[in-house]
Design a protein around this ligand. Structure first.
Ligand SMILES: [Zn+2]
Ligand SMILES: [Zn+2]
Length: 259
């Protein structure tokens, strides 16, 4: 399984970085997680929008949704793929998109699958498990298993919660939001995570590799990396940059089990 970073900025674009978007692929199957503002420009570094098989949009916030509109228009006017695009998302995402794309166009080109808590789903070679996260709008984190058993977990946007533990436990790679650098009691608990907490979740869950993302400018990805490494010095930790590529491979050690 490959994880390709199309956008790594948190909440709004940053200098040289687009908002959240991640292409996950195995063989020819291409699954796009979130499509934040500016990310479509980076998507072209890896593929073209007509080759994307399915998109998961974890929640309705603009920094995870905005460039779906461009992707949709590319497929509608530039490439005309024969098959519908599978879009797994929340009702709030559908509502926001219907303000930007006509319902009939959306229905003719997109097959919508609504996410819910504790949903398991098969998309191409991938098994997905979604859990409801701690965020002000309906939001789902994901655990994705490839055909070789490799497992990727993605926090989406979330504050500290049990669901993140369950999703990430034992996974080969945790892609975790790190909006802030260090935890602070004044931060709302149902909004975002800090990099030190991301490190703590990775350590407690026995994650193989932690990749920090969604660092909100002017917070610095390098500072986030230092904070996470201080919490989990034995774990490989990287801070995502746009156009990075990570290989997600199964480890030899025993892992948690995807339900
Ligand atoms: Zn966000
Ligand atoms: Zn959000």
């Amino acid at each position: 399984m490959l994880l390709e970073i199309c956008g790594s900025a948190g909440s709004y674009p940053a200098p040289g970085r687009a908002c959240s978007s991640y292409l996950v692929r195995e063989d020819t199957y291409q699954l796009l997680l979130d499509v934040g503002n500016g990310s479509m420009a980076n998507l072209f570094a890896f593929t073209t929008p007509d080759l994307v098989d399915a998109v998961v949009i974890t929640h309705e916030h603009t920094d995870h949704l905005a460039d779906f509109v461009g992707l949709f228009h590319y497929r509608r006017y530039a490439s005309h793929p024969q098959r519908k695009l599978v879009l797994c998302c929340t009702p709030g995402v559908v509502r926001n998109l219907s303000q930007l794309i006509s319902d009939s166009a959306l229905e003719s080109l997109v097959e919508v699958v609504l996410l819910e808590d504790d949903l398991t789903l098969r998309l191409g070679p991938f098994n997905l498990w979604s859990r409801s996260m701690a965020h002000p709008v309906e939001t789902y984190g994901l655990r994705i298993r490839g055909s070789d058993g490799a497992e990727l977990s993605y926090s989406a946007d979330t504050g500290p919660c049990e669901a993140l533990e369950a999703l990430s436990s034992g996974t080969d790679l945790l892609l975790c939001e790190s909006t802030w650098i260090s935890d602070n009691p004044h931060y709302p608990r149902d909004l975002h995570l800090s990099a030190d907490l991301a490190g703590a979740y990775a350590r407690l869950g026995g994650v193989g590799h932690l990749v920090l993302t969604h660092v909100a400018y002017p917070n610095s990805p390098a500072e986030a990396l230092r904070a996470a490494r201080a919490e989990a010095p034995m774990i490989r930790i990287d801070s995502a940059s746009d156009r990075d590529v990570y290989v997600v491979g199964p480890r030899v050690e025993p892992k948690g089990i995807l339900r």
